[in-house]
Design a protein around this ligand. Structure first.
Ligand code: PGA
Length: 254
């Protein structure tokens, strides 16, 4: 059965002390209050990840991750962080292709495909983000955009590699706007993405892949989203910055 995963993307928020305090609160709350089977992934700024990894080390269901990584293995790439370095901190997940990276840092599908390779080669799990802008949805171009993002970013992988990937559908118009896609809208896209994978690989692979929804997820809308058959968790931004709101989202996943 495919894994349910709730991940908190802290983006560029929290200094080290605040980040460690948040991680410690969340891990205590998850330990005391959550009986479900989902994995919980904390994704702080990369500077904090080794501290966060140490803090949750040995806790069942809890993992750490980072928000980006280089497509290069090592060398003269000032300011970059390699997948092997991330691995050495104890982190397990790497967000690749978040819409903010695509929008502000010019990351394109072909480049992201190489980052996916680097992450998989290091034995880490990529969370590959895809999603349309409001303009693309209004032009009814969202299916085409998503197909391009998924095929160009992921379809060079073989079947075994593909099964290591987590996908996050994050409509850009729902990120940080308070506007969530309706459960029906999200489910429609998740089923569409799974259909693309089934067509390229096979149904078994498509059924194994975790597809998270992201975009203004909060405790109030999480349970309804998680009840949809193809929504396997969430990539949470704003609501992940507080232990109570994030843990309540985790608790919405049975
Ligand atoms: P949000 O961010 O929950 O604040 O909308 C989601 C994300 O960007 O991953």
């Amino acid at each position: 059965m495919r894994k349910k995963i709730i991940a908190g993307n802290w983006k560029m928020n929290k200094n080290l002390e605040e980040g460690l305090a948040l991680a410690s609160e969340v891990s205590n709350m998850v330990k005391d209050e959550y009986q479900g089977s989902a994995w919980v992934v904390l994704i702080p700024p990369a500077l904090h990840v080794s501290g966060v990894s140490k803090l949750i080390n040995g806790m069942p269901k809890m993992y750490a991750g980072v928000q980006n990584c280089s497509n290069h293995k090592s060398g003269a790439y000032t300011g970059e962080i390699s997948a092997d370095m991330i691995k050495s901190t104890g982190a397990s997940f790497v967000i690749i292709g978040h819409s903010e990276r695509r929008q502000y840092f010019g990351e394109h599908n072909d480049w992201l495909a190489r980052k996916i390779d680097a992450v998989l080669e290091a034995g880490l799990t990529p969370i590959y983000c895809c999603g349309e802008t409001l303009e693309e949805r209004e032009k009814n171009a969202h299916f085409t955009v998503l197909e391009k993002q998924i095929s160009e970013g992921l379809f060079h992988l073989n079947e075994i590699q593909m099964q290591q990937v987590v996908i996050a559908y994050e409509p850009v118009w729902a990120i940080g706007t308070g506007k969530t896609a309706s459960t029906a809208q999200a489910q429609e896209i998740h089923a569409f993405i799974r259909g693309l994978i089934a067509k390229k690989y096979n149904t078994a692979v498509a059924q194994e892949i975790t597809i998270q929804y992201g975009g203004s997820v909060k405790a109030e809308n999480a349970a309804e989203l998680f009840a949809a058959p193809d929504i396997d968790g969430a990539l949470v931004g704003g609501a992940a910055l507080q232990s109570r709101s994030f843990t309540d989202i985790v608790k919405a996943m049975p």
